[in-house]
Design a protein around this ligand. Structure first.
Ligand SMILES: NC(=O)C1=CN([C@@H]2O[C@H](COP(=O)(O)OP(=O)(O)OC[C@H]3O[C@@H](n4cnc5c(N)ncnc54)[C@H](OP(=O)(O)O)[C@@H]3O)[C@@H](O)[C@H]2O)C=CC1
Ligand SMILES: O=C(O)CCCC(=O)O
Length: 482
């Protein structure tokens, strides 16, 4: 069995030491495309996490005061280490997560790009001089790392989601206790190895696998952890927000979405199909910014559906490790069962399955990319995140109606629209209650821009110049007696 050129770490990193769980127990990690066991990771819990927090607190005393040049230098080395190992890291990511290898290569590259971005952006983390009301004093603000950061990450982007948290934390001078998702731990653990290889001091980066409640509970209870950053389900995010109250931690939450993708009659339909395929089927639909609802205006509806059906039927499904495959397996059988539930609900309420609709002949957690037309607001997917390869198409008549339908959800992460009318594009940006709006594109994620949602999709921004804010405190400094 491959260990991906020594990058597959089957231990946890605490205070610079790679350790097994105190209990001696381990969890098997499987390849969702083949069912093969890739290896094991420690089944750690609260005790190991308390030691990791203690190591991070100790390390913060010195790392929090390292010079800007040192922090920037380390980040550049980390970026290079990621890119030097891009192919092995991508192969390992596909093996544990299932996504096509070209997407995995892209995820490693964007993770490295976040590291480089924050190496550049930390140089501009300025304070300010504030005009004082009297001549006897001078007022200013200075910026400081928040301290120990707890980072909990999901399985859908196990490398780049850690990048978006680790890179700004390390840039700011914070130390980190991270918990990757149990189904995809290796893409998280390897960050610990690479950080060690490039020279981060012991205790700056600590990574634990195992019990979500044990590790999460210890992170949330500790008064020494000053900030928690989470990407995952809204349900778990709400629990963490509640738990953060006892020690008044800063929290940033990147939670579920329910993205509308609106196609107006005046759209370039081929461009809309190209954007739709990315916005819906990237990572087999398991992306928080994936389209959940296609709203297509009546005049273009039938043309759009015919072309969408054709594009979806042409998708090549298989083991993501094989070049040319565009759709891998879903993360597990539970994810497949959820998609089946959405389809059964829609069919019972009058929806038409015009493409796909069932488990793929490959077996396992492979599911046929699916298109349903005749979708209505009373169907489950109008309200709940699908997180799978199911395109639900609603028909609409008027702009005012579609904005209302698009906003009819407790989520507010990403929204997309295709139109050639520039005035309408501005109206949509103002009318859509979402943290991110993309016009004439199905892919908006980039390191330079702030990624994050409103409403129950979360709080805080990752990436962009705003991506540093949650990892730094602004201190007011007043010098009087002049
Ligand atoms: N916004 C997004 O990008 C994501 C959204 N989702 C949505 O959530 C659904 C369920 O996915 P799921 O994997 O269960 O997502 P979760 O929110 O359960 O998992 C995300 C991370 O949180 C951890 N976690 C789970 N429970 C706790 C807890 N009580 N305290 C601390 N950490 C915890 C998980 O650990 P462990 O893996 O050990 O359980 C994992 O590391 C998906 O179908 C999708 O709709 C899921 C992933 C990402
Ligand atoms: O699903 C997520 O939580 C992040 C998506 C990142 C991306 O758009 O590449």
């Amino acid at each position: 069995m491959s260990n991906f050129n020594g990058l597959m770490m089957e231990a946890n990193l605490i205070g610079g030491q790679w350790i097994k769980a105190d209990s001696g127990t381990a969890i098997e990690v499987t390849n969702p495309a083949t069912g093969d066991v890739l290896g094991t990771v420690p089944n750690a819990g609260g005790d190991e996490t308390e030691r990791a927090i203690a190591a991070a607190s100790e390390a913060f005393k010195t790392f929090g005061r390292t010079s800007l040049s040192e922090r920037v230098g380390l980040l550049h080395k980390l970026h290079d280490a990621l890119m030097d190992n891009q192919e092995d890291l991508a192969q390992m990511l596909t093996a544990e997560q299932g996504k096509p290898i070209f997407e995995a290569r892209g995820e490693i590259a964007i993770g490295a790009a976040y590291v480089k971005w924050f190496a550049e952006e930390i140089r501009r983390a300025k304070g300010e001089i504030i005009p004082a009301p009297g001549n006897d004093r001078r007022l200013m603000t200075t910026r400081h790392p928040v301290g120990v950061v707890g980072a909990i990450t999901p399985w859908n982007f196990p490398s780049s989601m850690l990048a978006r948290k680790l890179a700004p934390a390390l840039a700011a001078g914070c130390t980190v206790v991270a918990k990757p998702a149990t189904s995809t731990p290796y893409s998280g653990l390897v960050w610990g190895k690479l950080c060690q290889d490039v020279g981060y001091p012991d205790g700056v980066v600590n990574i634990l696998t195992g019990s979500a409640r044990g590790i999460g509970g210890a992170i949330m209870e500790s008064p020494d952890v000053r900030k928690v950053t989470f990407t995952g389900s809204t349900e778990v995010g709400k629990t963490l927000i509640r738990q953060s109250a006892d020690t008044v931690k800063k929290v940033s939450m990147e939670l579920g979405g329910n993205a509308p993708f609106i196609v107006f009659d005046d759209a370039d339909v081929d461009a809309a199909i190209e954007g739709a395929m990315i916005a819906k089927f990237r990572n087999m639909g398991q992306t928080c910014v994936c389209t959940n609802r296609f709203y297509v205006q009546a005049g273009i509806h039938d043309t759009f559906v015919a072309k969408l059906k054709e594009a979806v039927a042409a998708l090549k499904l298989g083991n993501g490790a094989e070049d040319g495959v565009q759709q891998g397996p879903l993360i597990d059988d539970g994810a497949v069962a959820k998609v089946e539930e959405f389809i059964a609900d829609a069919a019972a309420k009058g929806g038409d399955v015009v493409q796909g609709g069932k488990r793929h002949a490959n077996g396992g957690s492979f599911f046929e990319p699916t298109v349903i037309t005749g979708a209505t607001q009373d169907m489950m997917f109008a309200k709940e995140e699908i997180f799978g390869p199911l395109a639900a198409v609603f028909k609409f008549e008027a702009e005012e109606d579609v904005i209302e339908m698009a906003n009819d959800t407790e989520f507010g992460l990403a929204a997309y629209a295709y139109t050639r009318d520039i005035a309408r594009a501005f109206r949509l940006n103002e009318g859509l209650d979402y943290g991110m709006v993309g016009i004439n594109t199905g892919l908006i994620t980039t390191v330079e821009a702030p990624f994050g949602g409103v409403k129950e999709s979360g709080m805080g921004k990752e990436g962009g110049s705003q991506g540093l804010d949650d990892y730094m405190e602004t201190k007011y400094f007043c010098v009087a007696g002049l």
